[in-house]
Design a protein around this ligand. Sequence first.
Ligand code: ADP
Ligand code: NA
Length: 332
Amino acid sequence: AFTPRVFSGIQPSGGLTLGNYLGAIKRFVEMQGQGFETIYCMVDLHAITTWQDPEVLRNNTRELCAGYIASGIDPKQSILFNQSQVSQHAELGWIFNCVARMGWMKRMTQFKDKAGKNAENASLGLFGYPALMAADILIYHATHVPVGEDQKQHLELTRDVAAKFNHDFGVDFFPMTEPVIEGAATRVMSLRDGTKKMSKSDPSDLSRINMTDDADSIANKIRKARTDPDGLPSEIEGLEGRSEARNLVNIYAALNEQSVEDVLRDVGGKQFSEFKPMLSDLAVSKLSPISSEMARLMQAPDEIDAILRDGADQARTIAAPILDKTYEIVGM
Ligand code: ADP
Ligand code: NA
């Protein structure tokens, strides 16, 4: 039996969005103190699969750490660290490059999305990203990984890697990790286009709410968010085929820790012109304490660096024996 252990990570590639918060960080916080060891990472090795300015990357890594802590991740309860500081990730990642198959990688929809039309010019790292992600998880024998829906396919690949390794070497060494994709906001959509997920990399600034946005800009973006001419239904069926309306209700439910059904019981019958200000007020009340704490922490980069160093030490004590054993199984 494997120790109940949660691992997850976010790329320090800039500008945490409400999607990252509701789909990932808020859930990471909820899993603390629930009988799991919790390990949360800034995955800088993943961030450089597309070019990053070095100074900006350094700053984004600290900002992400500040975002985690300000949201409620407690460095005394959870291990919080930077991927590149724990070399076992990259070492196991290489082993998994030799386990995973080209055909598996070619099926990954996120690579197709991120590489776009010019896939021949994408980095080899971007193509192989899911093998390193499998290593991030399995170097801790993590049993549970909270993520947004967009990561589901990568989690399946992680299980494929674990199963193939175990099979190829006749061992039962790596666990079949469970994805944890739950709640009202597993896929927060763009505020401008209900068919696209809210993303850091969307060229339209109005498409996303950033965790550090001030109250005016949150209100402005929600006011301009696309909806349809209808009002809010009292039952969930009334949101079918209305992805933009559904998205705003999902965001409200997740921020307010309610089910979508309960939200609709309260707001059914209202127009969006009335609901949007309610949603802005709620978003501001939840995000502004976090962003002001982030700003405070960003004034103390030494404090952040010390937390990350300490977290990396703790992470290494789990990762090192698992890597040693892996090398031994492989014949090294
Ligand atoms: P991004 O997708 O913003 O570039 P990452 O790939 O680092 O960021 O994702 C970090 C975490 O945030 C992942 O668990 C991912 O599933 C989650 N996430 C990102 N965008 C969204 C979204 N729009 N809705 C829900 N979860 C999301
Ligand atoms: Na993502």
